[in-house]
Design a binder for this molecule. Structure first.
Ligand code: 5AD
Ligand code: SF4
Length: 352
């Protein structure tokens, strides 16, 4: 069914019994299309060094209170080995935006090593920001096949309120990067934050429209969680309460499952930051991806995009069991050992 903007807005404004109906419909769309399987991606927070200065982010370059780190190759390989041993199927390498040739070559080398280590079996998603088409192509050739780059807000004006207005934080460059990722052959993932200052319901409706028009394969959306060392913190008193941000994120997930039933949708960590059951609830209303954090313990606490970010603690074994339980509480089973590629992408590709 084709939903128009009015339908989407009505769904986002649903409360009480209507909201529960939306959630039930979305759960059914999930079951019918991607099934009750949650796929895992081990999240490796590769580096918190970032050239950018996004106004909401705790690891922005202007925040002097951050201990900066970049994982060495051995640590990344250890994490990859751990993910394989646990049957996670794939990993995500995530980090700040760095543009040096050394960085590009280092990621390329790591990708080759991961592919070698796993006989090509471990899937790799990248989340390393805006890069040139050439860089995207090199990393794709080295074995990465999915890429996450959130638009943060599809509204140009709001985008400019969330970022410094300069060449390094340019809305059009962001769009171009998303198009380049598609050109380079990746499964394309984007997403937005929900509950940022100045955001309206109409902005969120437009975000859903944007996902549709960009023909995305994957989506990660999470509540905005303010961080005191960032410029946006001064607007904290105008924010919606965290409970509202939680419910609106769940509604965005449910609506996206209705509008694009075959894409992969993540139950993001930021949901857990404001509600211990946040990710379980997201899986129940349409999400089908979880990214357990497998970053080595010594640096994990330095990757604080927002405050109150949950940490798995040092015992990654019992953390793995907890992830399994949260998936089962949502009525899903874990798709161990599978890449869990976007069904939407697979069907597009098969048609070609
Ligand atoms: N609250 C919630 N999400 C945030 N991110 C960055 N800062 C915050 C914050 N304060 C998200 C952005 C980015 C992703 C890696 O983390 O959406 O794309
Ligand atoms: Fe850097 Fe990403 Fe944070 Fe922006 S959101 S400052 S690009 S890590």
């Amino acid at each position: 069914m084709e939903y128009n903007k009015d339908d989407i807005k009505r769904m986002l404004l649903a409360e009480g019994a209507n909201k529960e109906l939306l959630f039930a419909y979305a759960a059914e769309e999930k079951r019918k299309n991607v099934g009750n399987i949650t796929y895992l991606r081990g999240l490796v927070e590769y580096s918190n060094v970032c050239a950018k200065n996004c106004l909401y982010c705790g690891i922005r370059s202007g925040n002097g209170n951050v201990q900066r780190y970049t994982l060495d190759t051995v640590s990344v390989m250890d994490a990859a080995r751990f993910a394989m041993a646990k049957g996670y199927g794939s990993i995500v390498l995530q980090g700040g935006e760095i543009f040096t040739p050394e960085h590009v070559a280092r990621i390329e080398d790591i990708l080759h090593k991961i592919k070698e280590l796993s006989n090509g079996e471990l899937g790799v998603t990248l989340s390393l920001g805006e890069q040139s088409l050439d860089t995207y192509r090199r990393w794709f050739a080295a074995g990465a096949h999915r890429y996450l780059l959130r638009i943060e807000s599809s509204d140009r004006e709001l985008y400019n309120k969330l970022h410094p207005v300069n060449k390094l934080h340019d809305y059009d460059t962001r769009i171009e990067a998303l198009n380049n990722l598609r050109t380079a052959g990746y499964q394309l993932g984007t997403g937005v934050m929900i509950g940022v200052p100045f955001q309206t319901i109409d902005n969120l409706v437009d975000d859903i429209e944007f996902f549709r028009s960009m023909d995305i394969d994957m989506c990660g959306m999470g509540p905005y969680v303010e961080h005191r060392d960032t410029p946006l913190y001064k607007y904290k008193d105008m924010l919606q309460p965290t409970g509202w941000r939680m419910e609106m994120t769940l509604k965005m997930i449910a609506v996206l499952r209705m509008v694009l039933p075959k894409v992969n949708i993540a139950a993001t960590t930021a949901l857990e930051a404001i509600d211990p059951e946040g990710r379980t609830r997201a899986l129940k209303v349409g999400a089908n991806i979880i990214m357990p954090n497998i970053t080595p313990g010594i640096v994990r606490d330095s990757y604080k995009l927002y405050e109150g970010k949950p940490s798995p603690g040092d015992d990654l074994e019992s953390y793995g069991a907890a992830i399994n339980e949260l998936v089962e509480r949502a009525g899903d089973v874990v798709g161990y050992g599978k890449w869990g590629d976007s069904l939407y992408f697979r069907e597009k590709y098969e048609q070609k």
